[in-house]
Design a binder for this molecule. Structure first.
Ligand SMILES: Cc1ncc(COP(=O)(O)O)c(C=O)c1O
Length: 428
């Protein structure tokens, strides 16, 4: 596939996985367990979705910008989650609903790239640069390539962070990427907590990243869609940094540039089908996103707004999910804890597991165990040191405990078995 400027766009990780496994049959008579996709397979608690059955409401065009009830629910949640100052700071932190965070990431990158092109109309230094982690959530790269911008990667992953604090090396890595981009970028993307590694960046790191992104003229896009799935610690939010800097006497806090923080119900509430999230950012950047989405994007229908307001207003279902996730990680510790390189993630439901050959191992797990897992190389691109995702599997711990216990036992059994002569890999 070719994007603008003749850049080659990779097929999606899911398409590559289908190609990888397409010539193999799973074992007959075994329950197939999909572990390649980050969707927490649990019913949404009764009551939250009642509004969806309001047939009359579906016959109306969605209100642009959501409902007042939904916007108030965002503010209350921001206040509960990141401190009252964040919920109150309407002049510093603007909000706008999004149809999930995927589309918002793509729109934010496109808008930032457009702004960069305008700013540097006469510049001969090539396409806008977008700074992104590697490995990454694939939309970061797809969105960059779709608008003919140039990705400049920084290493992401467990080695970059200390769960619950530290993480200074992540800021250093982003600073180095910005230097490689020539000191100026259209956007810089940070995923906190990370996907696939589940690493958590500290408040200090977020503050440093804010300063260096501003110095490079970059819109800082902070993807916090896993923020409520910290199982070892509560991940800090970027908006806490913004609110606390705004409360300092003028001239004492390091300046910040344009920013957008992305939140979503997909992981927090396990409701990816609802396509509901929001962005929070500085007034100008949110206004630009809102103008774009209201004219060219997707607004949420009133029943979705009502369901979303109900979910953002309730923390008990999120606590129950987090408790269950903690028990599943305990299971993983017990079943896989002694495998070389096993590491419990600080947040989220992805196990990022070192294996020999990630593609061959994914094929074995499908053929022998009926498990689908994501080869790490599909979530990264090669840099000077090779593909940092290669040799890893991303395993989504998203099923009920009894299903996970069975699936992880199968995984262990295959990973600890000597490798038989592997079949050749086709369709790549
Ligand atoms: C890091 C990250 N950001 C964004 C998304 C997109 O989520 P949404 O369903 O809100 O579009 C995902 C989904 O897997 C993700 O892992």
């Amino acid at each position: 596939m070719t994007g603008p400027d003749g850049m080659t766009m990779l097929p999606s990780a899911f398409a590559r996985l289908r190609g990888l496994l397409g010539d193999l049959d799973p074992p007959p008579g075994r329950d197939l367990v999909p572990l390649h996709l980050g969707e927490f397979r649990r019913a949404i608690p009764a009551g939250h979705l009642d509004a969806l059955s309001d047939a009359e409401a579906w016959s109306r065009y969605p209100p642009l910008g959501g409902t007042a009830e939904l916007r108030a629910a965002y503010r209350r949640w921001l206040g509960r989650r990141f401190g009252p100052a964040v919920g109150r700071r309407e002049e510093t932190i603007a909000i706008e609903p999004t149809p999930g965070s995927k589309q918002a990431i793509a729109a934010a990158v496109a808008l930032a790239a457009g702004r960069d092109r305008e700013r540097d109309g006469a510049r001969a230094s090539g396409p806008p640069r977008v700074i992104l982690p590697n490995p990454f959530y694939p939309t970061y790269l797809a969105a960059t390539e779709a608008v003919g911008a140039r990705p400049v990667f920084y290493p992401a992953g467990p080695a970059e962070t200390e769960p619950g604090g530290g993480g200074g090396s992540a800021a250093a890595a982003i600073a180095a990427a910005l230097r490689r981009a020539g000191g100026q970028a259209a956007a810089a993307i940070v995923c906190n907590p990370g996907n696939p590694g589940g690493e958590i960046l500290s408040t200090a790191t977020l503050r440093t990243v804010r300063t260096i992104a501003a110095a490079a003229g970059a819109v800082l896009i902070v993807d916090e869609c896993y923020t409520d799935l910290g199982t070892t610690t509560v991940p800090p939010g970027f908006l806490t940094v913004v609110a606390s800097d705004a409360a300092q006497p003028p001239g004492t806090a390091a300046g910040g540039g344009p920013f957008l923080v992305l939140h979503s119900l997909s992981k927090r509430s396990g409701a990816p089908g609802l396509r509901s999230g929001f962005v929070a950012g500085d007034a100008a950047t949110v206004a630009e996103y809102a103008a774009y989405n209201r004219a060219c994007g997707v607004s949420s229908p009133p029943p979705v707004c009502a369901a979303a307001a109900s979910l953002w207003s309730d923390d008990s279902h999120v606590e129950a999910r987090r408790d269950e996730l903690t028990r599943i990680w305990d299971l993983a510790d017990t079943i896989l804890g002694d495998l070389p390189g096993y590491r419990r993630a600080a947040a989220g439901f992805f196990l990022w597991l070192p294996v020999g050959d990630d593609e061959q191992t994914a094929r074995r797990l499908w053929r022998r165990d009926g498990l689908t897992v994501m080869p790490g190389r599909y979530l990264a691109v090669a840099d000077a040191g090779g593909n940092p995702g290669a040799g890893h599997l991303r395993v989504a711990l998203v099923h009920p405990e009894e299903v996970m216990a069975e699936a992880l036992s199968r995984l262990r059994s295959t990973l600890t078995r000597p490798l038989a002569c592997p079949k050749p890999v086709r369709n790549r």
